[in-house]
Design a protein around this ligand. Structure first.
Ligand SMILES: Cc1cc2nc3c(=O)[nH]c(=O)nc-3n(C[C@H](O)[C@H](O)[C@H](O)COP(=O)(O)O)c2cc1C
Length: 183
């Protein structure tokens, strides 16, 4: 797929089935993440690739979080099933590195770029996915179980797999609504 075509037509896809990207395709996705813009080359990222039992493990964390927060029964019941909506979930973590010139915001932005790069690399290879967060991304119990330090952040859960159907097209926005030119 042409690079510009991909950039102009990127779409998420939430309905995902097996197969998940593997082998070279998965390597490409992870390498794309590592190409994220990175001020001072801090590499402030960590990725946990969950598949199979890994998804069940992640779901168990969500369930414990829902129980711990005394969520309604329906939500507790739903929690362990959430990661099973795709054959792969990549947890993208910003591992904050103290640096005099690189504030935490820039490190979060770098990981955000990595998430988008992974989604686009997936789409470029016939897979797709969706970047999700939600309450579990911010839950102290989930954060602790995934080994986050105080200033780290779960930037996203990137659900990846094979689209169940063709991704609907989305009309482009009008750039004039968002852009001004200083000339
Ligand atoms: C930081 C971040 C968090 C997001 N969290 C969720 C989420 O929890 N659930 C969800 O359905 N979409 C979430 N989205 C939006 C989707 O990833 C996606 O962008 C949206 O459905 C629009 O689809 P599109 O990417 O094809 O335009 C999030 C996006 C970002 C940037």
């Amino acid at each position: 797929m042409d690079a510009l075509e991909l950039l102009l037509n990127r779409r998420s896809h939430p309905r995902l089935k097996a197969p998940a990207p593997s082998g070279r395709a998965l390597d490409n996705i992870l390498q794309a993440a590592l190409r994220a813009p990175d001020h001072a080359s801090l590499s402030p990222w960590r990725f946990i690739v969950c598949e199979g039992d890994g998804l069940v493990k992640l779901g168990a964390l969500f369930e414990q979080s829902a129980i711990g927060h005394q969520k309604p029964d329906k939500e507790i019941e739903r929690a362990p099933k959430l990661p099973l909506r795709a054959p792969m979930v990549i947890v993208a973590i910003t591992e904050y590195k103290a640096h005099e010139k690189v504030p935490r915001e820039e490190q979060l932005a770098s990981t955000a770029c990595a998430v988008m790069a992974m989604q686009m690399a997936a789409q470029a290879q016939g897979f797709n996915g969706i970047w999700r967060t939600g309450a579990y991304a911010h839950c102290p119990m989930v954060r602790e179980a995934l080994g986050l330090a105080l200033e780290d952040e779960i930037t996203g859960f990137l659900y990846l797999g094979t689209p169940m159907f063709e991704t609907p097209e989305k009309a482009p926005l009008d750039s004039r609504e968002f852009v001004t030119f200083w000339q």
